[in-house]
Design a protein around this ligand. Sequence first.
Ligand SMILES: [Zn+2]
Length: 251
Amino acid sequence: MRARTAVVLFLLLPACAPRLPPGVAAPPASAVASSGGPNRSASYVARVEGGVVVFDLGWWGAEGALDDALVELGGTTRDVIAVFLTHSHRDHVGAWRSVAHAPFHMAAAEVDLFFREAAQGGWVPRWVEALNATDVPAPDEVAVRSFSSDTAFAFGPDTVRAFTVPGHTAGSAAYLFRRTLFAGDAIAWSPVTGIRSARAGYSDDAEAARRSLASLRERLKPYPVDWMCSAHLKCAEATDETWEKLLDEGG
Ligand SMILES: [Zn+2]
């Protein structure tokens, strides 16, 4: 019984330390939708010129969570004009039906994975997918706009900068928006190590993911970055210390 309590506490621990940058959960400009189980999955939504952009689409319960976050922006799913996916694991695509009218941006190497026309790499997602296939769209149900190298999208005075960071999945991407980097599962967090790079088992290639982060650090140098957030509500200030933790091979 005591062991079971310990396990439950351990499972809940990652959910106990959400630390969001002040500018991310800041209605009516931006808000966060949280969905899924103990390791909550996030959609970050922000009002831009012409509508709302959404980063990632959460897990189970994501459609209601997204609706609530959009209400905080004074909007609805109809206002969403662009979706940016960090990757297509099941806990990041939950609300796709709600926003299927908007273009879905993702790295080119993620497209077949998103449509489940290619198999997941990491053994955990592959095993879970085999047990219970994720509800994903057919290729003709959403308009995918893919990018194969770093690129940028302008929304009036705002810019979403997209960076390819393969490793967690082949087509993992990170997005810099209003000085916060939304890195999906390219960055992770554990109660033992704090912020760290992508987790083995859940990733195609955790070593490649770490190399991508090392490269990303250089590619981000022209731009101001204040915070970095995973898609599981774990954020850290983008300091040298944070980068060193992310790039630590023992992490
Ligand atoms: Zn993932």
